[in-house]
Design a protein around this ligand. Structure first.
Ligand code: GUN
Length: 294
């Protein structure tokens, strides 16, 4: 079997088109969704993510402002910036790009963002709501994965989803989203991590396999059963002298070999990546509506 490719670029385009229409309607009512992004330091991957968030916002007609702070900025100063964004009605959504330098507490910074404006869905209040199945902003990458599955005709309902990775950004929230008794979810979820003695014992049982380990080629063809739907969340920068940038992107899945066994597969780049930014835009539009109803 050769897998069908699930194009994140195409699904993202479809959702952004929907969002563009919603932003135009909101503007007629005098509501302009606004995103405030805080970037600390000069990490090249973070700069690239933040740039695509700004570009995406502009494309759908939203207001966006990136606040750039030096890597040695005191924690207190970051909290002050967040306080300003919390109070400013121009911003319906706030995002602090991670990772942060070691001297700044991620927990403190995330906890300082107003939960109503937390478009990453990382605030402890929103994490709690997600687990309880209450309405809340869904973390962008896991929400993007869910949309890719649903919109490619691979409804997770009743399927065995094996999530490889237990990060707070992807693995844990994805498991929480897909286990809910809700449309586009209702799956049986297994979370596999470095504590497993034999990861392949679990991956071979997956109807839907999600790779979010942050390690290139972590999922090889022998770990996948015939006909599995494979979603690759990995974004690994591999040094490559032949590229102008000096690197190429690779996922966590051995794409060429696994695509011969899978029924569907996402590429890297052009799979989950464009969905993350898209769901951030979605969360910002939703936050603007909620804040206006306030
Ligand atoms: N760094 C990597 N992924 C993310 C994300 O989804 N949100 C934020 N804020 N930082 C990230």
């Amino acid at each position: 079997m050769t897998a069908k490719i699930i194009s994140g670029n195409e699904v993202a385009k479809e959702i952004r088109q929907e969002l563009k229409g919603r932003v135009a309607e909101l503007k007629e009512k005098g509501i302009v969704p606004g995103l405030g992004v805080v970037l600390v330091g000069e990490d090249p991957a973070s700069i690239s993510y933040v740039t695509s968030k700004a570009k995406g916002s502009q494309e759908i007609g939203m207001f966006e402002e990136t606040i750039r702070l030096p890597a040695d900025v005191p924690e207190e100063e970051v909290l002050k910036v967040i306080d300003g964004l919390n109070k400013d009605p121009k911003f319906s959504g706030i995002l602090v790009q991670l990772p942060l330098p070691d001297h700044i507490s991620v927990e403190k910074v995330i906890g300082y963002i107003s939960p109503e404006k937390d478009v990453d869905g990382f605030h402890p209040v929103n994490v709690g709501k997600l687990l309880r199945g209450e309405p809340c902003p869904l973390p962008c990458t896991p929400h993007g994965v869910q949309q890719l599955l649903f919109r490619s005709g691979n409804d997770p309902a009743g399927k065995h989803v094996v999530v490889c990775g237990r990060s707070n950004i992807v693995g844990k929230p994805l498991a929480a989203i897909l286990m809910q008794k809700a449309e586009g979810a209702n799956a049986v979820v297994t979370v596999v991590h470095t504590g497993a003695k034999d990861i392949s014992y679990y991956t071979k049982q997956a109807d839907i396999l999600i790779a979010a380990m942050g390690r290139p080629n972590a999922i090889t063809a022998d770990m996948v059963k015939e006909g599995t739907v494979v979603i690759d969340v990995g974004v690994n920068r591999i040094p490559d002298e032949s590229r102008k940038s000096g690197f190429r992107l690779a996922g966590d899945v051995d794409f060429e070999a696994v695509k011969e066994k899978a029924s569907f597969i996402t590429p890297v780049p052009g799979g989950v990546g464009p969905m993350t930014v898209t769901m951030l835009l979605y969360n910002t539009v939703e936050a603007a509506i909620r804040l206006n109803e306030g």
